[in-house]
Design a protein around this ligand. Sequence first.
Ligand code: SF4
Length: 208
Amino acid sequence: MTGYNERMSTVALHACCGPCLIEPLDALLSAHDVTIVYANPNIHPLSEYRRRRDVLLEYAAGRGIEVVEVPYDPAMWLEATAGLWSDPPRRCRACFDLRLKLTADVAKARGLRALATTLTVSPYQDPDAVREAAQSAAAAAGLAYAGEDYRDRYPQATRRSRELGMYRQNYCGCLLSEIEAERDRGRRRQERRARRGHERSSSLPGQV
Ligand code: SF4
């Protein structure tokens, strides 16, 4: 919890994709006026960036919520994470810092009062790193942090996004995360094959 108790404030909600937007948006709309900010120069390739954005825009339009898109500039992500590509915790923190600073800039330019991010719904992100990045971006821009840890709502977000037929990506966003996710899936496939092989061999009659 954040301790942000002010009601009917104006909140810039950084959103990474449609599925992650659903639950934090509901939570914030119960108390605040929300503007969604799509600030994700990390997403690779451009077609993937557009696909996630269009899903999000369609959902937001259906809810009557404005979306501000920060123009796509992957060079910003490359610069922010330079030297950190083989160090995922520090790379991701730099990525959060960048996206949340871009969101805070939008909030400040529009006179909004607080900041939050949908990244806090994902069990795949480091919650402390996300919160620290968001709090620091908010403080630097003179905003309050209105976010919360929404990970307990992730199963509901998954169910609702499936019911809506939303596109659900299978990697975080950057090129490196796509490769890492593919590597993890390959490792899990190998482990499953090895387990099945072991089960088959242990069910064979013993040899004397
Ligand atoms: S894995 Fe995700 S959070 Fe980490 S750098 Fe890549 S896009 Fe950013």
